[in-house]
Design a protein. Structure first.
Lengths: 501, 501
């Protein structure tokens, strides 16, 4: 078979699998937005059927045959799409079907039990199923394989190439720097507050203002839309159909506004993959961490500058005339940049957020390696909260039961959030170098320069390069905490009027 | 292999195919309700992929093997689900893949060209592709097979068991009776008008009032919902998730209200299939005609009685206090039962509607049998309009180009609409016999007796019986126009104060 025919057949199979994946994503989106409650059970069956089908197609005889021929013909070194197909196939066949079934059963059970445990604030209810999930995930890690640390096999699912050996020193230094900030702010922490964001904001106006900002950022609503859900997310059914969701808290504009900006950052990445990658495995983010860098660059860096509020305040005043009275861009800049140690990860500020992640990383790493026992999680959690942030949860619901991730066995996912912050800071440094006018562009509401840079330097790769390769291509450096720490010191110094670093 | 294992495997394959079908239906629903415009092309790819997959699974080696064993083991006579599976498989394998592809290509082209022809009011633009579709559909009819008339093979797709030999005399008598009505009304046609329905009605109140009526009818919104679309429809992703759609015309309440009642009739059928049929081929209507009988029984009979408006008027007055002033139930009864020959099928009243269908049936039948040439359609159409309804379209857009059906080769579909009316009238006669208080129930807004009767006598079969068998089981008689004609004579006499029959 000649290479052209072989590649055509491989693309065709990828198209089919991607289309089923898109349909599955539509079913999930519908479930969160509009589906009637009574449909849950049947919807679960439908999603399970489509997922099984995708797995069968990726691991079946046809796929096996294509992979053999692709490797034989050396097509994988010529065409990144072929390489991706082979990689995804080889990852999928590594997991025995029996294990996949056991994991998926434990996941379903895990989520139900976690909800109960959280509502009863009692970790001991969750411990047995969590222990089972950990056993299965250790087994999965062994199947996936790793060079050095068992946890690496799970990290690799979300962040290809990430290892404990690499993350340990990065996270250690980040933890120390964050401690420095937290301690430096302590004496002046009440001098800055977020009152301007915590007024009463009518829901419809919140949606309209947030949508206006999303459009300004460059999100194309002819290829996407925005709806309300209990938990905000971004999902994509090809570059031509990207769905954002948000929620409204009428007493706090941040939840909707910065939620939408965050999801729009993800959405711009999804809309930005080259169209020729549509319906293939390349039309995806390079990793969860790289995806987070796209949302966080917009949410925590660009739109929390004083320049952003110079642009946004007059518009804010149109949507919220009463609430805007007497507010300056500087007031808004302060209001959206307060730093305050707290118990709940998803409510944490940009700086202390990383402490929540580092804590989870350390616990997960030790659980997977068997050096921390499941029953000892609450104690370890609370001790680390005290040490890293100086606050201790009064119960498990405010502590080790707060996140959904472990209930579906998502060990290895948490670090991506912080990697996103580190990538974003590195990208931001580069953007400021190559676009010396970027701050005045922002003050003028002109974001197309930034978006074009992201399109060219990040989005255009899709999944054809690893995040490590991309960040090196873009910045010349491998992943490190340095830029983030420099950025954080600068931000905190400016907001709190203190001297750091 | 024992029967139990064989049946389990067959059910499992049906579950998979049904789940993919449900996903396809979600994609279609999303496309009509919320999908951004830009996504059309990719969505078409996704739907095509899922449809191909379903066809492959229904006709593939696994299905073939199951069918052989099922027929061998005589399992089809014991279990209606097994019989349905074999029937669907055998229908699917009759069509050569090459023909299926040609038809689907011509369909796509047909719809584009039809839109252009309609907007230019010029049938000659549409004629060549329509001719091609007819040639392909004749070929399809030959593949499907028939005993007597080639058109029977196409009728059978939508109405299993229907034949030209059976429909010709039924439609002839119905046409004559309708002519009698039209002529009888002519001298008094301006004595009754629909002004009460043609006031200004705010959209939100229309939606709320219509939803209230849908709930009263028994539609369970915990297993369904209602949205806005350009063209109203009902779709179902299992009995647990039934979606209705409607549209609003603020100058005419009928469009939304009776549209919702119509779709709710379909929706009640879909919600009413036995839950053990979920995710199998039995969780469907017995035929398009039987499905229409469920929508039309509610839309044209039950909710156009004077008793219905005795119940509904006080509620109507709550939603529309200004508009309700001075109106009686009798006024509303008149307003929703006017009869007036007109050009457009979808705007026609309950009585003259059948003329539009009979005209299409006769033209389709002759086209498929080659006794009418494609180029002669406009002439035949206009002549029949003049003869049957006394009105003649001034251009093809108001005539033979008004419907989408032929543009996708849907020959054989139109008769189902009238069959639905005939079934509905037969069901209504039976309901009145077994529920002597049904009219006072309606006046009290008590519809559960009717719904329970429909559940038991129609819905409970799903697709396990043919429409012909169901109507005979329910009424003791085979399909005929008699009950509809009796019903129509009675209604028109009462509304127009004339004597008929």
């Amino acid at each position: 078979m000649n290479t052209e025919v072989l590649e055509k057949q491989t693309i065709s199979l990828m198209n089919t699998i991607s289309d089923i994946g898109a349909a599955t994503a539509v079913l999930n989106w519908d479930q969160e937005t509009y589906m009637p409650h009574g449909a849950s059970m049947m919807r679960a069956e439908q999603i399970s059927t489509l997922s099984t089908l995708m797995h069968q197609m990726l691991t079946g005889e046809n796929a096996k045959d294509l992979v053999l021929k692709l490797k034989d013909g050396n097509a994988t070194s010529q065409n990144p799409l072929m390489r991706l197909f082979v990689e995804e196939h080889e990852k999928a066949v590594k997991l025995p079907e029996d294990l996949v079934k056991k994991v998926s059963k434990a996941q379903a059970l895990g989520q139900d039990i976690w909800k109960e445990a959280r509502s009863k604030k009692d970790f001991s209810i969750f411990a047995p199923i969590l222990d089972e999930l950990l056993t299965l995930k250790r087994e999965e890690a062994e199947c996936r394989g790793y060079a050095d640390n068992r946890y690496d096999a799970l990290l690799d699912i979300f962040e290809p190439g990430a290892t404990v050996a690499h993350l340990n020193p990065v996270f250690d230094k980040l933890r120390d720097a964050t401690s420095t900030i937290v301690h430096a702010i302590e004496p002046v922490k009440h001098t800055v507050n977020d009152a301007p964001m915590r007024q009463h904001f009518p829901g419809d106006a919140q949606m309209a203002f947030s949508k206006f900002i999303a459009e300004k950022m460059g999100f194309d609503f002819s290829y996407g839309r925005m709806d309300l859900t209990a938990h905000p997310f971004c999902t994509s059914f090809t570059q031509h159909d990207v769905r954002l969701t948000t929620r409204i808290n009428e007493q706090d504009l941040s939840s909707c506004l910065y939620g939408v900006i965050h999801e729009t950052g993800h959405g711009l990445y999804e809309q930005g993959f080259p169209i020729e990658y549509a319906r293939t495995f390349a039309a995806e983010g390079a990793s969860i961490g790289m995806h987070e860098s796209q949302s966080l660059l917009w949410e925590t860096i660009i739109t929390r500058t004083e320049e952003f509020w110079e642009f946004a305040l007059p518009h804010f005043a149109k949507y919220f005339p009463e609430q805007a009275k007497g507010l300056s861009a500087r007031d808004m800049y302060h209001a959206v940049n307060t730093v305050m140690p707290s118990l709940i990860r998803v409510e944490a500020d940009e700086i202390t957020y990383n402490m929540h992640i580092i804590l989870r990383f350390e616990i997960e790493r030790d659980l997977i390696n068997g050096t921390l026992a499941t029953k000892d999680i609450p104690e370890a959690w609370n001790a680390k909260m005290k040490e890293y942030l100086g606050v201790v949860p009064s119960n498990d619901a405010l502590g080790c039961l707060q996140d959904v991730h472990w209930s579906f066995g998502g060990f290895g996912y948490f670090p991506s959030y912080t990697l996103g912050k580190l990538y974003a800071a590195m990208e931001w440094k580069k953007i400021q170098e190559v676009m010396p006018n970027v701050h005045s562009d922002i003050a003028n509401g002109e974001f197309s320069g930034i978006l074009n840079w992201l399109r060219k330097n990040i989005h255009s790769y899709g999944k054809t390069e690893t995040p490590g390769e991309i960040i090196k291509l873009v910045t010349g450096n491998p992943l490190s905490e340095e830029e983030f720490v420099r950025y954080a010191y600068g931000k905190v110094s400016s907001v709190y009027g203190i001297q750091l670093a």
